[in-house]
Write a protein that binds this ligand. Structure first.
Ligand SMILES: [Ca+2]
Ligand SMILES: [Ca+2]
Length: 167
């Protein structure tokens, strides 16, 4: 009986192990080798993997959560990638929910950086943004008021967030 139980446990463990390495939602690109797949639950886009998290955290809590998953808060790279991020959020949240991404000007007011360290050269800011309202907005969010609108906001506000990591 003991050996049967042990065998069952091993099978269960094996099953979990396989599931954690299995494919996530359908990829947006085609023909990847198995080792190029994103982790389960992450969605692939041009060599990177993205994960939307509906949990509402402050910007730094969100960034630390992404880091614990071997990533950072997502960058905005170009129109197509930005539209892709909004689709991932809409698909998961069921709405264009306000979401933290990795832009911040907390080091030097007005100098925006990505927490991931990429060059900061694409930002589809909404009209009048970033406005550093009341001198206290250093973190970047998208889907402001559910719209196609990028703004700066108070970093201690709690938003859902989206992470990026390499495959
Ligand atoms: Ca600011
Ligand atoms: Ca603002």
């Amino acid at each position: 009986m003991d050996s049967v139980l042990l065998h069952t446990l091993l099978l269960c463990g094996f099953g979990i192990g396989v599931a954690s390495r299995g494919p996530g939602p359908p990829d947006t690109a085609s023909g990847p080798a198995a080792y190029k797949k994103c982790p389960a639950g992450w969605t692939r886009y041009r060599g990177d993997c993205y994960l939307y998290d509906d949990t509402e955290l402050t910007w730094i809590q969100a960034e630390l959560h992404c880091i614990s998953n071997h990533g950072n808060l997502a960058t905005l790279q170009n129109r197509h990638q930005y539209a892709f991020l909004r689709r991932v959020i809409f698909k998961s949240a069921g709405s264009h929910k306000r979401t933290w991404v990795g832009g911040h000007d907390g080091v030097k007011e007005g100098t925006w950086l990505w927490s991931r360290g990429e060059k900061f050269d694409f930002t589809p800011w909404g009209p009048g943004e970033p406005n550093n309202f009341e001198g206290n907005e250093d973190c970047m969010e998208i889907n402001v008021q559910g719209r196609d609108y990028v703004g700066d906001f108070r970093c201690n506000h709690e938003n859902s967030f989206i992470c990026v990591r390499r495959r």
